[in-house]
Design a binder for this molecule. Structure first.
Ligand SMILES: [Zn+2]
Length: 321
């Protein structure tokens, strides 16, 4: 089965309902049923006061790059209602539409999981405060550093979600439903690397490792140098109490598909969207300069309270799996 008529897609959508699902987001319940991680993230976002809306109050449908600030301010995550149109088409054109069709025409996807992970990070790193007040309350470097951690945490959650789909035999419908609930595309080798690393260190340390690699990418790096790898292992050993003897050279080799994927992501987001995001929050400095001169991996080793909060948000999530 590698193509599904529209009525079958809708059947799968409704047959996989979930108690916390967004009913009018294609495959949302399907993903929650399949992925314990997606379910845990949904529960935590709700616990921290968030609800879900298809209103465009956050400009998510117009200028998604700034929408996060409004999600966090109003404690609401915007999603796109992509079921109503399928219901309509099912009545008007029926099986003229199929899954391949939807994949080809750029049918809209949702990224509720990624945005919900931001909500968890925002609770831990910023005490759920109004993001428009943050630059008045803390120094610029700390606010930017924490937001980059939050971004890396959310990116990590999004790629780890693939573990629940690609660890064994993924069906066509699994991948189809996942595709409409994520903005990234991770391959099987990436998931296999995660599983191998989790066996050698643990799930918490693996989460932090991937998060730190994303963090390096968010600093505009194109690879991880030997010196940076040593800082990463120092953070993992000191801050996460990785107890057992770990062969970090082996972990480095195993992480190749993860590093390749992360560093293949473009820098447009970092160069154009992130500065606009911070400017919109009231940041008045030069983002490129701050990023280059003041934000680094080493900061993790000097800011104990921030790394403690980063640990908490990983532990909290993993303890629910
Ligand atoms: Zn994000």
């Amino acid at each position: 089965m590698n193509n599904l008529p529209l009525n079958k897609i809708l059947e799968f959508h409704y047959a996989n309902a979930h108690s916390l699902e967004i009913k009018i987001a294609l495959g949302d319940g399907y993903v929650l049923n399949k992925s314990e991680l997606a379910f845990a993230i949904r529960k935590l976002a709700i616990k921290y006061g968030y609800s879900f809306t298809d209103s465009n109050f956050s400009f998510a449908n117009t200028l998604p790059v700034i929408s996060l600030a409004y999600f966090l301010r109003d404690k609401k995550i915007t999603f796109t209602d992509n079921i109503s149109v399928l219901e309509e088409l099912n009545k008007t054109v029926g099986d003229f539409v199929n899954s391949n069709h939807l994949l080809k025409i750029g049918f809209p996807a949702n990224s509720v999981l990624h945005e919900s992970a931001h909500c968890i990070a925002h609770y831990h790193l910023f005490n759920n405060r109004d993001p428009f007040e943050l630059f008045d309350l803390e120094d610029d470097v700390t606010v930017i550093f924490k937001f980059l951690i939050a971004e890396s945490y959310s990116q990590t959650a999004e790629v780890l979600n693939f573990k629940y789909f690609l660890h064994g035999e993924a069906t066509y419908i699994d991948l189809f439903m996942l595709k409409f609930n994520t903005f990234v595309n991770v391959k099987r080798a990436f998931v296999q690397a995660i599983l191998q690393i989790e066996k050698r260190i643990d799930a918490d340390a693996t989460y932090l490792l991937i998060m730190l690699i994303f963090f390096c990418h968010n600093l505009k790096k194109r690879t991880i140098s030997q010196a940076e790898w040593e800082i990463i292992t120092e953070i993992l050993e000191k801050k996460l109490s990785v107890q057992k003897q770990v062969d970090w050279c082996e972990i480095f080799d195993l992480s190749l598909p993860i590093r390749e994927f992360i560093f293949s992501l473009g820098h447009d987001f970092i160069n154009f969207t992130t500065p606009l995001f911070f400017k919109n929050l009231g940041y008045s400095g030069d983002y490129a300069q701050t990023l280059q001169n003041k934000i680094s991996l080493e900061l993790f080793l000097t800011k104990d309270s921030i790394i403690d909060k980063s640990k908490q948000m990983i532990f909290e999530l993993n303890s629910m799996l």
